[in-house]
Design a binder for this molecule. Structure first.
Ligand SMILES: C[S@@+](CC[C@H](N)C(=O)[O-])C[C@H]1O[C@@H](n2cnc3c(N)ncnc32)[C@H](O)[C@@H]1O
Length: 264
């Protein structure tokens, strides 16, 4: 087993501890073919985060958790592989594979160092997985290495605005209409009431990092939940807040080169 960096060791312990909370939501998502995203369950039909056709694509899900995103893609004809850093999350993913009669490879490991060859995938995806819990300066180069020329990347995370507007302590409530911390220097986040280590970048840093790793950016989708949407993550944002400012953002990028790439 490869040595894990300090943040990944801590996040493995953290995710093994909280995995149980994600079991039921994971099961609900496995039970449906309707793709929905993030804390508000925004329908794929409203935001179009996935490629129009995933049939036949080799997909890697980076930080797959219970792997429902991989399950959705497998049912649409893709060949997913899920990697996750938490044995407990993968236990749940394996149980759902059995329960729902779907089989695809699941790897225990760190998405910053994936034990698979270069250029093995057409599509890399992360919904609040590596995109939030792994160091972007390590996992973005790794995603670039794993993708074939012309391959695509989509990741969904908390928005920059949200990360600036939530108080340090969960008990102090959801995102407010004020800034609690600087935007300059955003990278590693540790909250006083959580044992996990998160990573969040400002937009300029995402743009530079993606471009430096051979990606061209296709879209930055700032997600607005529909009126009346609800969330179980009440500690993050109210619907009133999330209707005015993005609480979540999704990046879509393509690795330059290849038939569909920018420079052939
Ligand atoms: C919120 S879940 C993401 C899965 C699912 N989309 C969801 O929202 O429930 C976060 C997952 O990221 C995994 N994770 C954290 N750090 C990771 C890393 N360095 N490499 C791979 N997975 C990681 C955790 O173990 C956890 O299962």
């Amino acid at each position: 087993m490869q040595e894990l960096p300090e943040h990944a060791r801590r996040n493995r312990e953290y995710w093994d501890t909280i995995a149980e909370r994600y079991a039921e939501p994971g099961r609900r998502n496995w039970s449906t073919n309707e793709v929905s995203w993030g804390i508000w369950g925004i329908s794929e039909n409203d935001v179009g985060l996935l490629p129009d056709d995933v049939n036949g694509l080799d997909v890697i899900e980076l930080g797959c958790g219970t792997a429902y995103v991989s399950a959705w893609l497998a049912r649409r004809g893709a060949r997913p592989v899920g990697i996750d850093n938490s044995p407990r999350q993968l236990e749940a993913a394996r149980a759902y594979q059995q329960e729902f009669g779907l089989d695809f490879p699941l790897i225990l490991g760190n998405a910053e160092k994936v034990p698979l060859p270069d250029a093995s995938f057409d599509y890399a995806i992360s919904e609040y997985g590596a995109a939030l819990w792994a160091d972007p300066y390590l996992w973005i180069p790794e995603a670039a290495r794993l993708l074939r020329p012309g391959g695509r990347l989509m990741f969904l995370v908390n928005s920059v605005q949200l990360m600036l507007c939530i108080p340090d302590l969960e008990a102090d409530g959801p995102a407010a209409e004020r800034l609690f911390r600087p935007q300059f220097g955003m990278h590693r986040f540790e909250w006083p009431d959580s044992d996990g280590v998160e990573f969040h970048l400002a937009h300029g840093d995402w743009v530079r990092l993606l471009r430096a790793n051979g990606f061209e950016i296709e879209d930055l989708v700032e997600l607005q939940p529909p009126e009346g949407a609800t969330t179980t993550y009440n500690e993050l944002a109210t619907i009133e807040w999330a209707r005015k400012w993005p609480s979540e953002e999704a990046w879509k990028a393509r690795k330059v080169g290849g038939r569909n790439g920018a420079d052939g």
